[in-house]
Every structure is written in structure tokens, then in C-alpha cells.
Design a protein around this ligand. Structure first.
Ligand SMILES: [Zn+2]
Ligand SMILES: [Zn+2]
Length: 226
């Protein structure tokens, strides 16, 4: 989702138990899913464990994968903080009566190899444009740089951020260890993308109405980088 910023800090979360659980993951579990790194060139240095995910990037009725059960107790506090953050926002209140509860459309654990990078890109499909992309660093260190819209920060473990995935973003892991983030996509049903508010004010966002926006390979000018 586009917004007028690069990063929005949401909260600090106690991740001790989750971190321990992730550290205990066998290598096989990381290597088991080759889908994402094969499909996207920008993700060649990553391995992903999908918890809630559909290869077609659908926007409703997400698939909760069996492995989610294993992690659910550890990520539940974080999910609650994120859900409350959006449900209790002005947008959440405005849209709830007509469109119902918000939901997580994707949840994935993503490991970025030591020395690896995710090259600069914007996220370009309907669901990624119309959901809020949240990062929770679980294992990281000082030499991991996250750049969004030309601004670079070092996200600390347990610090929850929304990132503006409609601006150019990239990640560099120049450190000696792998980095692991929990990445969540949260949907506020009925919420329009920035361009939708302007281009089709009377029509709800949908893949046809927003096709032009979704395909933009450059940043739209709705929230100019100041
Ligand atoms: Zn839209
Ligand atoms: Zn826009």
C-alpha cells in the first residue's frame, strides 16, 4: 500500500520465543520451498516458509497452510498488534460497517542469506498494491540495510514496521549471518489504493479498475517523496 512515507513504525514486540523457534528450524524446512526464489529474480538470495500464502496472490480467502499451526502461538501477539493497529485506525473504523473485518492475506517467514540482497523493485500486483506490508525482524544485525524511497534504515529485532511497497525498495545483508523477517500483508476490506481514490472515486478497487496502477513500474505521484 502506498502512503505518505517510506517506513511507518508500528510497535515493539517481544519476540524471544519466536526467535528461539526460528533458530531451531532445520535447514531442510527452509530449503523445502523453492517457489518464491525461483519465480522472482529479485528474491534469488531468499528462502521462504509460507504460513499463509497462495501462488496466485489472491486478495480474499487466503490459504492457511498446515505449518501455520506450528508458528501460530509464537506469532499471535504480533498478529494481534498489527490487526488492532489497522482496525482501530480511521480507515478501519470508516470501512468496518460496510466491508467487515480486516484480515491477513499473507504471512511468510523470509530468510535473506548473509551477503545476499533483494534488488530494487516495487511490488506490482493487485493484492500487494491493496494490502499493508508489515515487516517484523526476528533475526538480524547491524549490517542489514533496508532502503525504501531512498531512505535506508537498520531495522532492529522486534520492531514492527509497515513499509511503503509502492516505492522502490531493496535490502542488503552485508553481515556475517542470515536475516529472518516475518512478513505480513494485512487487508482493510474496502480500502482503496491511492490512485483509485483519484481515478475512479465511485468504483471500488478491483483488478480491472486498478490495472494501470498495479502495473506501474515507477512510483505513482499520489504521495510524492518529499
Ligand atoms: Zn486500487
Ligand atoms: Zn497512486
Amino acid at each position: 500500500m502506498n502512503f505518505s512515507g517510506n517506513f511507518a513504525h508500528i510497535a515493539s514486540v517481544d519476540i524471544a520465543a519466536l526467535q528461539q523457534r526460528v533458530q531451531e528450524l532445520p535447514e531442510q524446512q527452509w530449503l523445502g520451498e523453492a517457489f518464491r526464489q525461483q519465480r522472482y529474480e529479485v528474491h534469488r538470495d531468499t528462502q521462504t516458509i509460507h504460513l499463509v500464502f497462495d501462488p496466485d496472490f489472491r486478495h480474499t480467502h487466503p490459504t492457511r497452510l498446515p505449518v501455520l499451526q506450528e508458528f501460530e502461538p509464537f506469532i499471535r501477539p504480533c498478529l494481534k498488534i498489527v490487526a488492532d493497529h489497522f482496525d482501530d485506525s480511521p480507515k478501519g473504523w470508516e470501512l468496518f460497517d460496510e466491508h467487515g473485518m480486516g484480515y491477513f492475506v499473507r504471512a511468510n517467514l523470509v530468510r535473506l542469506k548473509s551477503g545476499g540482497a533483494i534488488t530494487e523493485h516495487t511490488d506490482n500486483n493487485f493484492s500487494l498494491v491493496h494490502s499493508h506490508r508489515i515487516h517484523l525482524p526476528i533475526i538480524t544485525h547491524e549490517q542489514v540495510d533496508f532502503t525504501v524511497g531512498g531512505e535506508t534504515i537498520n531495522m532492529k529485532e522486534g520492531e514492527l514496521y509497515e513499509i511503503n511497497n509502492r516505492r522502490m525498495h531493496s535490502v542488503q545483508n552485508a553481515g556475517p549471518a542470515d536475516r529472518v523477517h516475518l512478513i505480513l500483508d494485512y487487508v482493510i476490506p474496502g480500502e482503496k489504493c491511492c490512485c483509485g481514490e483519484k481515478l475512479h472515486p465511485l468504483t471500488a478497487c478491483n483488478p480491472q479498475a486498478c490495472e494501470e496502477t498495479d502495473r506501474l513500474q515507477i512510483e505513482c505521484v499520489c504521495h510524492p517523496v518529499l
